[in-house]
Design a binder for this molecule. Structure first.
Ligand code: GTP
Length: 238
């Protein structure tokens, strides 16, 4: 393998990351940029699985805040992640990257159902596997889906793509004095409520020894840098 520090990774993309400035829908330019960046990572020999959120289309929590039944709102969010996953697969294929979408809720006419051993086989064959529909359960976020799938496929690390370059002690957008952490422990994320990921996801990562790296996706080339082991973003471990 050429210079990949990690052999198998899970990349977590928020739905908003696909939306561009409007915050809604799917921005083709951003999608192709992400696809090109993923291609660079595949080309150095890393196995890449992707979990994508759905917040650019629908947020279950927001629906429930408006009085909708929480489980129904969450199922709508899972459907949103499937839309994003299909768009991502299309963008990857435009770049010549082979990929497979696997859904946690069976929808055979649209994509393969999630089968753990099959997902691993796809990865071994160099295909990018996109895990769609979260965990398939309401009340679980797509961050938790990333943690769960990482444990199942024995990924070495979760790369959490954000619009900021790591974890700060307060919001760097509203507070210019905010201090960035170079590394952190999950227990601090949980006890300080740092908002990197929800507590279910953080606990799952902590209990199963899966580190996460929070990094800035808006700088092109960053995914490759993280996979090569360059010290950018914030490393969260045990
Ligand atoms: P191998 O041949 O095992 O290396 O993998 P493969 O994914 O190429 O094999 P397969 O023949 O299973 O799949 C061929 C194509 O059909 C791929 O694009 C799969 O994503 C797709 N496919 C496989 N199973 C399903 C399914 O249940 N539903 C849908 N919609 N597509 C599927």
């Amino acid at each position: 393998m050429e210079n990949a520090k990690y052999k198998r990774i899970v990349l977590k993309l928020s739905g908003e990351a696909l939306a561009g400035a409007s915050g809604f829908g799917i921005d083709n330019t951003i999608m192709s940029s992400i696809a090109r960046q993923v291609k660079d990572v595949v080309e150095i020999g890393a196995e890449v699985a992707i979990v994508v959120g759905g917040g650019n289309i629908w947020r279950g929590v927001a629906g429930s805040a408006q009085g909708m039944d929480r489980a129904t709102a969450d199922y709508m969010g899972m459907l949103a992640t499937i839309i994003n996953s299909l768009a991502l697969q299309d963008a990857l294929e435009n770049e010549g990257v082979e990929s497979r979408v696997m859904t946690a809720i069976e929808m055979k006419e649209i994509a393969e159902p999630y089968i753990r051993r099959r997902a691993i086989r796809h990865l071994e064959k160099g295909r990018v596997v996109i895990f769609a529909a979260g965990t398939g359960n309401p009340y679980f976020s797509t961050d938790t889906a990333a943690a769960l799938r990482s444990a199942e496929i024995e990924a070495e690390v979760i790369l959490m793509a954000k619009k900021v370059d790591g974890v700060y002690d307060s919001d760097p957008v509203s507070n210019p004095e905010a201090v960035k952490f170079e590394d952190l422990q999950f227990i601090d994320v949980l006890s300080k409520g740092l908002g990197v990921m929800d507590s279910t996801a953080a606990s799952l990562c902590m209990d199963n020894g899966i580190p996460i790296i929070v990094f800035d996706l808006t700088r092109s080339g960053n995914i490759l840098k993280v996979v090569q082991g360059q010290n950018i973003g914030t490393y969260v471990g045990r």
